[in-house]
Design a protein around this ligand. Structure first.
Ligand SMILES: Cc1ncc(COP(=O)(O)O)c(C=O)c1O
Length: 388
């Protein structure tokens, strides 16, 4: 892997170690460095490496599931307003944000873990659970937690193929649970397929399975659903179940570069995972203020959703006109099968100023395209029509 393709989790981890490692992680580090590392299992392609390696003339950045309509004007104003005081550590702003999230979600503040994006929390879970046993995940699904566990901490990961309609196969995942299982990772909505699990089924699964093993629910894209409160697994946390719910401001809130995320779990689990993450102290004062000012800013969120939907419908039409099927998506990205080698497709789109990501599964190459502004979708359409 080239130097400049150091991936997101490595970058985040090295930053975390520099910033907070001296006080937070020494014992963890010692045991981790001693752990045997398995040989590389898969080629690492990340949203970050695609962009760092992309042609310089990228006009439509559709490879990292960002929200180009964000952040909210309230967030931008708060950043400006907080600059003068940013020589101070933002202890109180961090506490206020924690309290605001806890109050909105109906949990105790000690159940909320802040972090610089949700990635440090996925990595914290990977570090904590790897020595405890096997991790079960979907395939394909978001790879950060399972890959970190497998490649960096030597965990065994069981990857369970999706159902015929490209959803996580909860029944098959449940069957894989045995006495060696430590964690089930569920990404809902799922990245890269954009599929959404039936809420009642997932809640029942979680209630049953969490009696045996911990469950990590990654809800990075939950804000794109029509009713996030009905879809979230927080209800299960509130019932006292062994569930960790991870959220991020990086997606619908448009904060990917500002770096704010959080997880909600039982107080004991929050305390435990907190030992493996540098927490809210790694979030800048400006980003914390921005998150506090724009949390649940419905006017902004609804507007971003509307624009996302318009761009997504435009994309669906382009794909249909070109004779392509796609997986209907509940998120800000869409996956569809391509008739070309994935690597070549990515290169050809790159030459035309468009960055996308490709996957191979079910013996088929797929493109995942993030939903951008309408001008970006038009650029995608023009390029796609040339090569499809
Ligand atoms: C499913 C999922 N979880 C977590 C993340 C991590 O995002 P962040 O660290 O920006 O919160 C991403 C980013 O793309 C994602 O797709």
């Amino acid at each position: 892997m080239a130097e400049n393709t150091m991936n997101r989790r490595k970058w985040l981890r090295s930053s975390a170690l520099l910033a907070g490692g001296a006080t937070v992680l020494p014992s963890v580090l010692n045991s981790l460095t001693a752990a045997p590392l398995p040989a590389a299992v898969r080629e690492i392609v990340t949203d970050e490496s695609v962009i760092l390696n992309a042609a310089p003339q990228i006009k439509a950045r559709l490879s990292a599931n960002e929200n180009p309509f964000g952040p909210s004007p309230k967030a931008k104003q708060a950043i400006k307003d907080s600059l003068d005081m940013s020589y101070q550590y933002a202890f109180t702003t961090g506490r206020e944000l924690t309290q605001k999230i806890a109050a909105y979600e109906g949990v105790k503040p000690e159940q909320v873990m802040l972090a610089a994006g949700s990635s440090p929390l996925l990595q914290a879970a990977a570090m904590y659970f790897s020595p405890k046993g096997t991790i079960i995940t979907g395939d394909p699904s978001y790879n950060d937690l399972p890959d970190t566990a497998e490649k960096d901490f030597g965990a065994k990961v069981v990857r369970v193929p999706l159902t015929a309609d490209y959803k996580l196969d909860l029944d098959a995942m449940e069957k894989k649970i045995d006495s060696s299982t430590a964690l089930v990772y569920i990404c809902n909505p799922n990245n890269p397929t954009g599929t959404v699990l039936d809420a009642a089924k997932l809640k029942a699964f979680t209630e049953r399975v969490s009696k045996k093993v911990s469950i990590f629910i990654d809800e990075a894209y939950i804000d794109y659903l029509p009713d996030p409160k009905a879809a979230t697994l927080l209800e299960n946390v509130k019932k006292g179940q062994n569930v960790i719910v991870a959220r991020t401001f990086s997606k619908l809130y448009g904060f990917a570069g500002l770096r704010v995320g959080y997880a909600i779990a039982q107080p004991e689990m929050a305390k435990t995972l907190g030992k493996y993450s540098s927490g809210g102290g790694c979030i800048s004062a400006t980003s914390l203020s921005a998150a506090l000012a724009s949390y649940q800013d419905q006017a902004f969120l609804q507007d971003a959703l509307k624009k996302t939907m318009a761009s997504k419908n435009f994309l669906y039409d382009v794909l249909k006109k070109e004779g392509y099927k796609y997986i209907p998506s509940g998120t800000n990205f869409v996956m569809f099968p391509i008739n070309m080698d994935g690597r070549r497709f990515g290169e050809e789109m790159g030459k035309r100023g468009v960055s996308i990501r490709t996957w191979n599964f079910n013996n088929q190459d797929w493109c995942r395209v993030s939903i951008g502004r309408m001008d970006e979708m038009q650029t995608f359409a023009d390029a796609f029509k040339q090569i499809s």
